[in-house]
Structure formats: C-alpha cells, structure tokens
Design a binder for this molecule. Sequence first.
Ligand code: DX5
Ligand code: ZN
Length: 219
Amino acid sequence: MIAPSILNADFAHLADEIAAVAGADWLHVDVMDNHFVPNLTLGLPVVESIRKVTEIPIDCHLMIENPDRWAIGYAEAGAYNVTVHAEAVADPIATAANIRAAGARAGLSLKPGTPIEDWVEVLKHFDTLLVMTVEPGFGGQSFMAEMMGKVRTARNLVDAGELSVVVEVDGGIGADTIEIAAAAGADCFVAGSAVYSAADPALAVARLRAAAQRAVPVR
Ligand code: DX5
Ligand code: ZN
C-alpha cells in the first residue's frame, strides 16, 4: 500500500492536492503539535474537512503529546487509522481500545531510537505498526536503512502469527529506498516529498507501488 503524506502538499489547495493522488491506498496526515516534535502542522478541524473531500482512507499520524486525550477525536472524525507514538502515550492499551471503539484502526509508532522488543506485547492490541525511518518532525529527510532490522522483526512476528499489524514505514521513502523497505517486509509505505514533488503525483504513486511489488521477496 502507498500512503502519500500531505505534509509536502500545497495547503492552500488541499482538496486539489488530495484529488491528485486518487489512486493512493491511504492518505497519510501528519499531525504535529510543536511539543512532541518541533514542527507544527494541522489538527482536527482540517482532518474533518479532508474527510468530506475524499474517499481515500485517512491515516492520521499523531506526533503530539498526550495522544491518550486527543486520538479518539480523530477516530470520531472518520479517520481510517489513528496512530499514536509509543514515546508519548501513557496508556497505549486503553488508547488503542478507545480508538477502535470509535470506529478506527489503532496504530503505534516507534521513533528511530525506540526498540520494537519493548513493545511487542503492547502491539498485540494494535492494528498498525508505524516504523519511523527518519526522526519525526519534517519531510524531505534521508531514509535510515538501519531501521530495517525493526521492520524484519515486525514482519517475522506477523508471519509467525504473534502480531497482526500492518507494517508501515515513514520517512525518506522514494524510488531508490522503497525496494529496501519492501524487501525487509513492510506492507505500507508513506511518501511525502517523493509524491508531492513529482510533476504527476498519481504516476509517482503508481511507480512507487510497482517498485515495492518488484522487491517483495517470495515467502
Ligand atoms: C515526518 C512525517 C512523514 C513525512 C514524510 O515526521 O511523519 O510522514 O511527511 O516525508 P518524506 O516522505 O518527504 O520523508
Ligand atoms: Zn508521518
């Protein structure tokens, strides 16, 4: 699955920018609060408006403090998946249950410095694992290939039936790096600048998907 991140879109023309990636699987929306990360982006009113202009499932990535308090609102606003950060959430199991009860899938994200091993039991309560392949906060950073160990661990746990999460990667994904993440076992690929800096964003999505499919190992 390819999930274009609107972080690199033109926010003054957001509906058009979303229409330009009509073939996408998920629409990745980066919510940043200037506290959990230094950057500030958008919040619930914008997600509510986006929901009205697209049928693409909305994938909310909450880079915010106190997601226990705020995540449920994004689920109630109609997000398909709501992801909170392991480093910010106080009660991940309760928050996952609240997100699911409000009708969305629940995701847990790990910053590059956060080991997956500490979170395997908690991940049994989640539907999505978002492995950050950059430090969260900004688009256009370089892909951290050293995160592929985390992706492989997650893939193995899913294939062994110990977890049932979508394995999503976020940060620095482009034509040159998506094959590395696909070969390591990722299922879903967030791409911001690789999609929105392309002349034809829909074509960029299709090309990324084809590149990922080519790289998937026979299991
Ligand atoms: C970074 C965000 C990403 C960002 C990715 O903190 O979580 O979703 O939009 O942008 P690129 O694909 O340009 O690295
Ligand atoms: Zn993101």
